[in-house]
Every structure is written in structure tokens, then in C-alpha cells.
Design a protein around this ligand. Structure first.
Ligand SMILES: *Cc1c(COP(=O)(O)O)cnc(C)c1O
Length: 733
């Protein structure tokens, strides 16, 4: 059904409503839809908001609250009349309420024990949608997808994070390709935040004692489908001016800012739950940032139940799940004794613990007084159940932390793995969803985790799949052209250059995408190790290739910024004839366009440093093919014919040698596999073998790499055992 047919059918189905338009009721329903992030994974609701004012929708970062606030109820009603939106609003509103009230969920039958004891899921960032900028990258998007799937499956869970009023930075490149960072304050009124209130109705503020004063945080609540997400915010009266700024930026500031933010999320988060009357049965620490939380829970248990520290610590560990994400040693937060004492001192007093004993909990070698306090170490020590985020990352993590468990063989180290996944409904293009709707069983969405469902892709007409993909590729190219010409205009380039930008790239050319943080281990510039060779590949007369890049470097990562500069400046290099473009300000919106429209998604990290990676999983559902180093999720996903592997899954102890080898492998893979298969067409102009690979990618991978599967794994292997007082059975190999 097209959008228009759909609208007409809905209008015909509800003719009576058109007579008595209640402008206020219409406005309230639209606002209610906008204030539950559920809308963000409902294409019909997203389209509905867009249709209210397509231009403002784009200008406002797809923010429905900001959009609605520009309308009075009367103007909205007029607009709704013009666009015949009334019944779509009513229908969406009814669906939201059916969803919120539905009792028959997966968790109802599989996780009953959690009913009265929800999971408290802590994460330093949550990436739900581009209009709620409290995330920076992969970790945040993973947390967002986790929460959305918990909602979809009905797993009782609440999220705990921080509200960053200035979010992460917006990226612009200067004339010479160097990254500039800008921070914008988001207006709370434009966001789906409401003050979290205590059972008696008063807005909640929590207080955390430190050695040099008290830190206050107010608490916001965001509705994400059936899940509540609580975000702590230090911008409150009563805090010192510098503390009011504490949570304004994500990953900004120095070590002291960082430990104070982590104190707020961990200790403040537990206090907030208690004040809200929520009694979690499980604490899930997503990465080490929140690993102070168990200390506060231990304190509660000692005070409430009169337990000793050791007794309380054992009980709390039984209900704590810890997920580590970083195989890079520098990626684990470490703090010196003075910072720990300043911030944890008062809590340590309540725990009747010496400074040395507390420090020892954050050390691999408890007696090594020169060792700083590591958040991952305390996270591992205070959780019974710990996991890495892919099979390979599990191996790496057990090796990395084996000194913590001196008496165990490596394979008995209690760190398992649950491979990351993505929230399909958030990342799946509307056009692909319609294709699946046409060919898959009617209830395919509720059976996304079944391999059988996805076998239906083989029955789809290859031409239809190819056409759908190409429609999405064309949408990506218009997005890229719009963005590139805007970038040129902002840099004050001549009209000729801006005009050329409007025609950059070609829909018939093999299109490779690369979008992710510009951390140096991800080697964004690997493709350009040999400029002559890659220019010959891209500029081939008969079988050309074009590449689109996007990604932010951390503000303090100079080498990462130089990678960006190197790639952005290729636009001045005539050898590349406009076949390499860099799109500024990578975010969820840019990512969504990329992963829905590329032919090939390139990922070439230095193995084994990519713990999982999730962007390539988003590509799978939309019909793109992965071309990746055998690292993270791809090491367990690639089967020889469902995409492309770069190299053989080996690396050398010297980075220089690994990089040289991998770039050679990369060129060979593109030249000998990707390009020939893409351009080998039959009499109808179809790349038969390529389409077969698209189908194979979908049928072998789609059922395995969704966040529904991931949350089901967490529920069965970690949450249910932890809440039920059983030992955790995390799969290891
Ligand atoms: C999915 C996503 C990521 C994660 O990508 P990786 O492949 O894990 O690097 C990062 N940023 C955004 C905006 C995303 O949507």
C-alpha cells in the first residue's frame, strides 16, 4: 500500500471525525505521541510528523516536540485538514496505547521473575534518536537499542543515565579540513523530558556527599515505549557554578569531571531509584562508567538489613551484571587515590572501610600502592556475571583480565560474551520493511529471531530486491548531495563549487560507505595508504568506485583529526575526480542514511580492537554487504559467502606491519571480489551473484544480530538467574 492509499483508506474508515474537529484534542494527541520515543521506531508516526511540515521537520533535526511547539492547536488543525492527518493521528495514538497496555509479551512468558524486580540498566549515554542528543557513538546507540528492545519484549527494565544539556559536539570542518567542535544548548522544553517525581508527587533531587561538599542532581524521565529512562542533571540551584556545568557535556573535561560524572551516574543513580520507590532485582552496568553503583547498593543493604560489608557485597554481586566494551587498555577509566578519596570518602565511611581497602577493590594487584583505581576492575569484582560483546572480544577480555583471577585457567575466567545487536525497527528502511511485509509471514516482526523467517528472502524476485536497494541508494545520494553543497556554502566556496556539489557522485557507481568514530585503531585512512593504487580503483573507466565517509574524532584526539583532514582534503586531489566525499557531523541521522543506502559497508579496524561494532549489522537488514576485517561481530558472522572478509583474521605485533598487510588485503578484496561481482551483469542488467550475496547476508545474519536477540540472551543468561538468586550461566565459547 502506498502512503496515499493508506491515508485514503484510513480516512474512509473514519468519516465521522472530519465533522467535529477538536483542535485541542488533536494537538494533545500529537504531543502525547511526540513525548514517547516509541514514535521514533514507527515509520507511520515519523511520516505523520514529517507531513505536518517537511521543511521545518528537517531543519529541526526531526524533533516533533520542537515542531509542534511552532504550531497553535488551531493552526495544527488547519494543517491536519489540508493533509488529511486526523485519522492517522487517531490511529497512531490508539496503537501507542494498545502497545503500552498490552500484556502479552515475550517477557511475560520468559522472564516472569523480573516482574516485581526490574533490571536497572546503567549507561553513560543513550542514543535513541538524533533529536535527543545525549549520545556520542556506538556505546550510546547500543544502550538506546537495548532499551527499545526491552520495551518491545516487555522486559521490566529502567534506564539510568545523565542528561547532557549541551550533548556531544557538532562537527564542522574548516577550509583546510580540520575538525571544529561546537556545542549547542538544547532547550529542555523541546525534548521529551519530564521531571521524575517521587511517590508523593514532588520532583526528585538527589544529593551525593563528597569530601568537599554536596553534589545535587535533579532527575528527568524519558518514556521509551514501555520503558522509563531516568537522566540525572546537575544544573540545579544549590550546586556551585562549576558543578552546574558538570553534566553539560558528554565526555568533556578532565579526570576530575569524569569521576564526578561517574559518581553522579553510579551513586546518584542508585539513590534516585530508591527515592522513586523502584527496587531493582538486577543491576546491569553497561561499561565501567557506572561501576560505583554497587558500592551504594552495598551501603543500602548494610544499613537496611544490618549485613556486614562482605555479606552485602556477596549479595549485591549476585544481582549485578557487568558488560565490558573495550579491548583498548587506555579505554578503561582509572583514577588516582586522591580523586577516589575526595569523591568516595563519605561513602567509604558508611561502608566502614579504609582508604586502602577501597583502593584495593579497584586494583588488579590489591597491594600495589602505585596502581590507580580502575572502574573495570571494580566492576568485575562486584559482579557475579560479566560479559564481553562478541565471541572474539570474550577471548580477548579473558586474556586481558587473567591477572585478576590468578588461580584460574584462562578458559575458566568468568567473563562470557553476548554479541551486540541492533534494534531492527529503528534501522530498517521503510521500503525494505514493505518488501519484507509483502513476502514474509504476516507476523514476521514478532519472529525476527527465527532463522526460518528470513529464509523467505530467497523467494523474493531478485529484480525487486535490487530495485528496492537502488531506490534507497538514490535517497542516500540525494542526502549526500544536499549535505555536501551545504558544507561548501558554509565554507564560502564559489557558486561553481556549490553547484558541482549538487551533482556529486553517480547512482550507477559502486558505492562504499564508511561511518564511525575516527578513533585511530579504526584506521579510516587505510584505503589511502597507496594513493596511486586507490585512485586507479576509484577512477576506473568501466568499473568505477565512489566512497562516502563520515565520523567525529574525540576533541582531544589529534591523530584522529588528522585522519579526517587527510580524507576531507582528497576533494582537492584531481586523481579522485570527486569520488571521495566527507559528510560532516556524523550522528544517528547520517548513520541511518548511510546504512540504508550503501552497496558496501567498509570496516577495517586493527584486529582485535573492535569489540563488536554494530553499524555493519544495521546494513544487513537493508540489503547492503559488509566488507570487513575479521574482527568483532564480523569474525563470527562471516561464512565465506555472505559478504567480504579483508584478510585472514591475523595481525602482527607491530602495527606498521599489520597496517601494510591489511591495506594490501583491502585493495585485493576490492579489486578481485567486490568490483567484479558488482559489475558482472546479466542480460537484464542485474548483478545476479551480488543479489545472491545480499540474500545470503540477510538469511544468515538478520536473525542473529538484532537487539531483540541480544536482550533475550541477557534476560535468559543473566537477568533471570540474577533476579532469582541462581548462578549466572553466561556462554563463553
Ligand atoms: C551504530 C552507530 C555507531 C556504532 O558504529 P560502529 O560500527 O560500532 O563503530 C556509532 N555512531 C552512530 C551514530 C551509530 O548510529
Amino acid at each position: 500500500m502506498t502512503q496515499i492509499e493508506y491515508t485514503v483508506r484510513q480516512e474512509l474508515a473514519a468519516p465521522s471525525f472530519a465533522n467535529e474537529i477538536d483542535a485541542d484534542a488533536l494537538y494533545d494527541k500529537c504531543m502525547a505521541l511526540a513525548k514517547n520515543m516509541w514514535w521514533s521506531w514507527q515509520p507511520e508516526v515519523t511520516n505523520l510528523f514529517r507531513d505536518i511540515d517537511p521543511i521545518r521537520w528537517r531543519q529541526l533535526d526531526h524533533n516533533p516536540i520542537a515542531l509542534l511547539r511552532e504550531f497553535t492547536p488551531e493552526r495544527l488543525a488547519i494543517r491536519a485538514g489540508e493533509m488529511v492527518l486526523h485519522s492517522r493521528v487517531n490511529y497512531a495514538y490508539r496503537r501507542l496505547h494498545e502497545y503500552l497496555e498490552s500484556q502479552s509479551t515475550w517477557a511475560q512468558t520468559n522472564a516472569g521473575v523480573l516482574g516485581a524486580k526490574p533490571v536497572a540498566y546503567f549507561s553513560a549515554e543513550f542514543g535513541l534518536h538524533e533529536s535527543l542528543p545525549v549520545y556520542s557513538g556506538g556505546l550510546g546507540v547500543l544502550s538506546g537499542d537495548h532499551v527499545k528492545s526491552a520495551s518491545g519484549l516487555g522486559v521490566p527494565l529502567v534506564g539510568i543515565g545523565l542528561y547532557y544539556s549541551h550533548g556531544y559536539f557538532k562537527q564542522h570542518l574548516s577550509e583546510d579540513g580540520y575538525q571544529r567542535e561546537e556545542y549547542f544548548e538544547t532547550k529542555v522544553e523541546d525534548l521529551p523530558l519530564q521531571p521524575a517525581t517521587m511517590p508523593d508527587g514532588t520532583p526528585l533531587t538527589v544529593a551525593i556527599e563528597t569530601r568537599n561538599g554536596r553534589l545535587l542532581a535533579k532527575v528527568w524521565k524519558v518514556n521509551v515505549g514501555r520503558v522509563s529512562l531516568f537522566l540525572l542533571d546537575c544544573n540545579v540551584d544549590g550546586n556551585r557554578p562549576e558543578d552546574r556545568e558538570l553534566t553539560s557535556r558528554l565526555y568533556g573535561g578532565d579526570e576530575r569531571t569524569r569521576i564526578r560524572q561517574e559518581l553522579v551516574i553510579g551513586v546518584g543513580g542508585v539513590k534516585a531509584l530508591r527515592a522513586l520507590g523502584i527496587k531493582p532485582g538486577v543491576y546491569h552496568l553497561n561499561e565501567g562508567h557506572s561501576a560505583f553503583a554497587p558500592l551504594e547498593v552495598i551501603r543500602e543493604r548494610m544499613e537496611d538489613d544490618g549485613l556486614s560489608f562482605d555479606e552485602a557485597a556477596r549479595e549485591v554481586a549476585d544481582m549485578t551484571v557487568f558488560t565490558t566494551h573495550t579491548p583498548v587498555p587506555a579505554g578503561h577509566d582509572r583514577f588516582d587515590g586522591a580523586l577516589i578519596e575526595e569523591h568516595l570518602g563519605p561513602l567509604r565511611d558508611s561502608l566502614h572501610m579504609s582508604h586502602d581497602a577501597l583502593m584495593a577493590m579497584g586494583r588488579v594487584h590489591p597491594d600495589n600502592h602505585s596502581e590507580p583505581f580502575c572502574m573495570t576492575v571494580i566492576g568485575l569484582k562486584l559482579s557475579r556475571c560479566a560479559n564481553a560483546v562478541s565471541q572474539l572480544h570474550g577471548h580477548i577480555s579473558r586474556r586481558m583480565w587473567n591477572t585478576l583471577y590468578p588461580h584460574r585457567e584462562e578458559r575458566n575466567i568468568p567473563i562470557g560474551h553476548i554479541t551486540n545487536g541492533v534494534h531492527v525497527e529503528s534501522w530498517l528502511a521503510w521500503q525494505m520493511q514493505q518488501l519484507y511485509d509483502r513476502h514474509f509471514p504476516a507476523n514476521w516482526k514478532s519472529q525476527m529471531g527465527e532463522a526460518d523467517v528470513w529464509q523467505n528472502i530467497h523467494a523474493v524476485d531478485p529484480g525487486e530486491l535490487w530495485e528496492t536497494h537502488n531506490a534507497l541508494k538514490n535517497l542516500l545520494l540525494s542526502f549526500v548531495r544536499r549535505r555536501v553543497s551545504r558544507q561548501c556554502r558554509r565554507r564560502g566556496e564559489s557558486d561553481d563549487v556549490v553547484e558541482a556539489a549538487r551533482n556529486v557522485l553517480s547512482p550507477n557507481v559502486l558505492t562504499i560507505g564508511f561511518g564511525r568514530r575516527f578513533a585511530t585503531y579504526k584506521r579510516a585512512n587505510l584505503l589511502f595508504k597507496d594513493l596511486d593504487r586507490i585512485s586507479r580503483i576509484l577512477d576506473s573507466e568501466e568499473r568505477p568506485v565512489q566512497v562516502i565517509f563520515a565520523g567525529k574524532a574525540h576533541p582531544k584526539d589529534e591523530p584522529g583529526k588528522r585522519f579526517i583532514q587527510e580524507i576531507a582534503n582528497l576533494r582537492h586531489d584531481s586523481r579522485f575526480g570527486g569520488r571521495v566525499v566527507f559528510i560532516e557531523d556524523y550522528d544517528i541521522n547520517v548513520c541511518r542514511h548511510f546504512i540504508q543506502g550503501v552497496d558496501v559497508w567498509l570496516n577495517n579496524p586493527r584486529r582485535p580492537l573492535e569489540a563488536s561494532g554494530t553499524s555493519g549489522q544495521k546494513v544487513v537488514y537493508n540489503g547492503g554487504l559488509n566488507c570487513s576485517i575479521l574482527d568483532g561481530w564480523w569474525a563470527e558472522a562471516f561464512n565465506g559467502s555472505n559478504g567480504f572478509a579483508i584478510g585472514k583474521g591475523t595481525s602482527h605485533s607491530e602495527d606498521r606491519i599489520t597496517d601494510a598487510r591489511d591495506s594490501e588485503y583491502l585493495y585485493k578484496t576490492i579489486e578481485e571480489e567486490v568490483v567484479p561481482i558488482f559489475y558482472n551483469r546479466d542480460a537484464d542488467g542485474l548483478p545476479r551473484q551480488w543479489i545472491k550475496m545480499m540474500m545470503s547476508s540477510i538469511s544468515t545474519l538478520a536473525w542473529r544480530f538484532s537487539s531483540h536477540r541480544m536482550v533475550m540472551d541477557y534476560t535468559r543468561q543473566a537477568y533471570v538467574p540474577a533476579a532469582g538468586g541462581l548462578s549466572c550461566e553466561m556462554k563463553k565459547f
